[in-house]
Design a binder for this molecule. Structure first.
Ligand SMILES: NC(=O)c1ccc[n+]([C@@H]2O[C@H](COP(=O)([O-])OP(=O)(O)OC[C@H]3O[C@@H](n4cnc5c(N)ncnc54)[C@H](O)[C@@H]3O)[C@@H](O)[C@H]2O)c1
Ligand SMILES: [Fe+2]
Length: 389
């Protein structure tokens, strides 16, 4: 493929894919039933032309009651959701345009979900069937507009919010949290700082890779994951070398959406070890996963060796499992990902607490080898000392 096509995709939700598709924002917001959307984004993006452009498109499309809410932190916290809900209700809004990276997308989705609920947000944590406590009629529609290519939150049915009392990341889940429409416009990702391009790109890789390695039976997810991994290996180096490469940016947006589609199959220890680090040290989610990736692959080897041999062949990587592990190490190094936790300014001071958090993280259960307390301690120590094998 030499040119990036314009496509309309209908699973996992309705996706408008292609350069320049942001111009359809007002039409899609209307089609989703909105007359006064609240555009939820983060403070950094709120100052950038891409948000001003989105607001102009809404105004020109006749949605003059549209407003911006941007008071959210990277790794959004409960207070950010409360503040957004106040603005949403006071402004008489009737839907959310969630625009940004995972932080803004998650915050926007959770605000829309909470818009008409009477119970507190933590009652809807992703535990058992807690989602059935929600009133589906109280969930406002969402149009999602990703500006990073990584989390895939735009096609996810959950939002990650940090509980500011317990300093833990919690997942708020409901099947109806899936955005009604998604605009995957790679032009919006061109201005990402290099660090965010790399961190989010490796987050997409970690979603695909952990979903692929998870032992649960979900062949649909497994198939999607495999091609997502190939796309990241091929295109992440290209977007880092040439940020304006729209074809490669488009493929990275696809890989991000594929990762989140695939990880209904499960995630694993990369995410389980990364979440406590993000919650305690406020590090970037994807960059933190990137640090753990080779250590977790080596730890899981006995359960995934044959699968990774097949995967390596699909990706055009010689040498089976060892070749694949080396390709991950080479990719990280070429992109400037730190090899150890030191690069994230994390030392061993809180390893005991972090290990206890990691083994109860909801993603730990998807790891192909059981993540015991001893294993978590060992993996943190290895990631600090740089001992992969
Ligand atoms: N819902 C899910 O399924 C899911 C999956 C993985 C991660 N997450 C969550 O997503 C969050 C991380 O999201 P993220 O990695 O996309 O980062 P982010 O949303 O925190 O954004 C990082 C930074 O990049 C900036 N930025 C974003 N797009 C830009 C652009 N186009 N140009 C310039 N600057 C831009 C933002 O302003 C911000 O400062 C975490 O809270 C994580 O827990 C959610
Ligand atoms: Fe992730």
């Amino acid at each position: 493929m030499t040119d990036l096509p314009q496509m309309n995709w209908n699973y996992p939700t309705a996706i408008r894919f292609g350069a320049g598709r942001i111009k359809e924002l007002a039409t899609l917001a209307r089609d989703a039933g909105m007359t006064r959307p609240l555009l939820v984004t983060d403070p950094g993006l709120a100052k950038l032309p891409i948000v001003a452009q989105a607001m102009a498109i809404l105004q020109e499309g006749g949605l003059s009651g549209a407003a911006v809410f941007s008071d959210i932190k990277p790794n959004p916290i409960d207070a950010n959701i409360d503040a957004g809900l106040k603005v949403y209700r006071a402004g008489g809004h009737d839907g959310v345009i969630a625009m940004g990276g995972g932080s803004a997308l998650d915050a926007g989705k959770v605000i829309a979900f909470m818009a008409g609920q009477t119970r507190p947000m933590w009652d809807f944590e992703d535990i058992g069937d807690w989602w059935t406590r929600a009133d589906p009629a109280g969930i406002a529609p969402v149009v999602a507009v990703p500006t990073t290519a990584g989390t895939g939150s735009e096609v996810g049915r959950a939002g990650v919010v940090t509980n500011s009392e317990s300093h833990t990341k919690k997942v708020i889940f409901h099947p109806k949290m899936m955005p009604v429409y998604v605009i995957c416009d790679p032009e919006l990702t061109v201005g990402m700082p290099r660090f965010i391009t790399v961190g989010t790109g490796i987050d997409a890789l970690s979603h695909c890779l952990e979903a692929y390695c998870s032992p649960f039976y979900h062949p649909l997810g497994e198939g999607i994951a495999v091609e997502g991994i190939r796309l990241v290996f091929e295109n992440l180096p290209k977007v880092v070398a040439d940020p304006g490469d729209l074809l490669a940016r488009g493929h990275m947006m696809s890989a991000a959406a594929m990762g989140a589609t695939a990880f209904q199959k499960g995630l694993g220890a990369m995410h389980a070890l990364s979440h406590p680090v993000g919650a305690l040290y406020d590090t970037h989610h994807g960059m933190t996963n990137a640090v753990f990736m080779p250590y977790v692959l080596a730890f899981n080897r006995k359960a995934i060796e044959a699968k990774i041999d097949r995967l390596a062949a699909w990706c055009g990587i010689a040498g089976g499992f060892d070749g694949f592990l080396q390709a991950v190490l080479d990719l990280r190094e070429s992109l400037g990902v730190p090899h150890t936790l030191e690069g994230l300014k994390v030392d061993g001071a809180r390893f005991e607490e972090m290990s206890a958090m990691a083994i109860v993280d909801p993603t730990a259960g998807g790891n192909p080898v059981e993540l015991t307390l001893d294993a978590a301690r060992d993996l943190y120590a290895r990631a600090l000392e740089g001992r992969v094998q």
